[in-house]
Design a protein around this ligand. Structure first.
Ligand code: 5GP
Length: 209
């Protein structure tokens, strides 16, 4: 039976959990997140980016694709809870979506890089206490290269940039509360769901009504 978004007890309600997932590109994160998005367990927060859409990517589904000028004016307006420059482009998480859902007790799933996770971890307020951060570790750099080549969405030069970034990003794993060493998609999903269940039973997430 799938977990419900809010536990059906009459005496308690629960704060929403902010599930932050980071991984070097090609580590299996997108497949994992796409499977999780098919379930009613979370609201997935769609990020904004200035990078161009890849074939098949959809506006509002994968990202909100913005021009650099639009992105910068949204930074100035305080629309992001965090933003970062990754692989030469801006990426940012929209404040409104995250806060509104957490306040309503709905769990939010976001896909952000290690810099973004660091900013969120440093938030001492509602966002910091909602956080459950998870790092997806590729089995090895060789396997990562193989997955990126197989994906075929980057040029050879872009693959080298991503691999160089991946080596640095992989050093960040120990700052995360949880680390999943990526195996098959089924294994990764089982591990993620174990984390999700435990996080939902934390006493500090409950509010007596
Ligand atoms: P991609 O271009 O492959 O979709 O994503 C590149 C990187 O940007 C990934 O590491 C992804 O986690 C990160 N990313 C996506 N959305 C956000 C966001 O809103 N904020 C931050 N900091 N990173 C993001």
């Amino acid at each position: 039976m799938p977990d419900t978004v809010i536990e059906p007890t009459h005496a308690f309600r629960r704060h929403g959990i902010l599930f932050v997932v980071s991984a070097p590109s090609g580590a299996g994160k997108s497949t994992l997140l796409n499977s999780l998005r098919q379930t009613p367990d979370f609201v997935y927060s769609v990020s904004c980016t200035t990078r161009s859409p890849r074939p098949g990517e959809m506006e509002g589904e994968d990202y909100f694709f913005l021009s650099k000028a639009d992105f910068e004016s949204r930074i100035a307006a305080g629309d992001f809870i965090e933003h970062a420059h990754v692989h030469g482009n801006y990426y940012g998480t929209l404040r409104e979506t995250v806060l509104r859902n957490l306040e309503e007790g709905v769990d939010v799933l976001i896909d952000i890089d290690v810099q973004g996770a660091l900013h969120i971890r440093e938030d001492g307020g509602a966002i910091g206490s909602a956080l459950a951060d998870i790092f997806i570790m590729p089995p090895s750099l060789e396997e990562l290269r193989r997955r990126l080549v197989k994906r075929g969405t980057e040029t050879a030069e872009q693959i080298e940039t991503r691999l160089a970034n991946a080596a640095t990003e992989m050093e960040a794993w120990h700052a995360y509360k949880y680390t999943i060493i990526s195996g098959s998609i089924e294994e990764d999903l089982l591990k993620f769901r174990a984390i999700m269940r435990a996080e939902r039973y934390l006493s500090r997430r409950l509010i007596r009504v």
